[in-house]
Design a protein around this ligand. Structure first.
Ligand code: PMP
Length: 287
């Protein structure tokens, strides 16, 4: 990803893509002091852009890493980067991290918090699973308690669990992994939230120790508007057997049907297709 044409916004300036580099003694590289956002632009406009900027600031605050920019400044940085790269449908990555500075130990309050914005074209996150239903592994790694780490933040450190889970899943021919939480309840996939359908009713895990995705909240709002009953609750893994449909939500994943999780099978049913289509219309029709 580092060797291509284009521009990346870094600490206030748009610079050549290939020059967007950091020093090896960057605090974030050693101690995972970084938070980020993943966003999608449709027809040149970033869907829920301000909500993402706001969440970035909240993730920074939660990780004791105040980000020295306002929502308005982040909005401008994203718009400038989109324009410089001439992209219309694009993925947008905003990253804030603790840089190198006077401190190299765990404590690094004197090191600057830096920010970058990159944007590139990114098609369907799960490839053709979008149509036929993704195959998911069940991860052995658990989402941690909110008493262990601010587990609602979109923080780099939390993603090591996701990378290990996804590598194990891909090695088994799956496109993603479903992770349980520290209590054993169903939590989320490695980069997306999960929904289930049984008897026309939608069930989704309570987001009390994982990211309450912006897509998740959008889709719940959409279903309530349609008069579909949505229950947010703790879901036990043995309940997977009784669900008829399943899908994932996320900025990159959008609404992706799930066909299999471990030994359990789901149909890509009418409700799943309806939600996927409505989401697509919403992100495009909004603009
Ligand atoms: N959970 C995790 C671990 C994620 O990385 C993402 C993607 N940001 C989500 C859920 C979905 O969040 P959103 O809908 O805000 O993209």
């Amino acid at each position: 990803y580092d060797d291509r044409d284009g521009f990346i916004w870094m600490d206030g300036d748009l610079i050549e893509w290939r020059s967007a580099k950091v020093h090896v003694l960057t605090h974030a590289m050693h101690y995972a002091s970084a938070v980020f956002e993943g966003e999608r632009a449709y027809g040149g406009r970033i869907f829920k852009s301000e909500a993402h900027s706001q969440r970035l600031l909240e993730s920074g605050a939660a990780m004791d890493m105040p980000i020295p920019y306002s929502v308005d400044q982040i909005e401008k940085a994203k718009a400038d980067t989109m324009r410089a790269n001439g992209l219309s449908d694009a993925y947008v990555r905003v990253l804030a991290w603790r840089g190198s500075g006077p401190d190299m130990g765990v404590a690094a309050a004197r090191n600057p918090v830096r920010m970058a914005v990159a944007t590139w074209e990114w098609g369907a996150y799960y490839g053709d699973a979008k149509m036929k239903g993704a195959k998911l592994d069940i991860s052995k790694w658990k989402r941690p308690s909110p008493e262990t780490i601010p587990s609602h933040a979109k923080a780099a450190g939390l993603y090591m669990i996701c990378t290990m889970s996804k590598h194990a899943a891909e090695a088994k021919g799956c496109s993603d992994a479903l992770m349980m939480d520290y209590r054993g309840y169903v939590a989320e996939a490695t980069g997306a939230n999960v929904f289930f359908v049984r008897d026309g009713k939608v069930h989704t895990p309570m987001p009390d120790c994982f990211l309450n995705g912006i897509t998740r909240q959008t889709v719940i709002g959409m279903m309530k508007d349609k008069g579909i009953e949505v229950v947010e609750r703790h879901i036990m893994p043995d309940e997977l057997e009784g669900f008829e449909q399943c899908w994932l939500t996320g900025t990159a994943a959008e609404v992706t049907p799930v066909g299999e999780i471990g030994p359990y099978r789901f149909e890509v049913g009418a409700l799943t297709r309806d939600i996927a289509t409505s989401y697509e219309q919403l992100v495009r029709g909004n603009h």
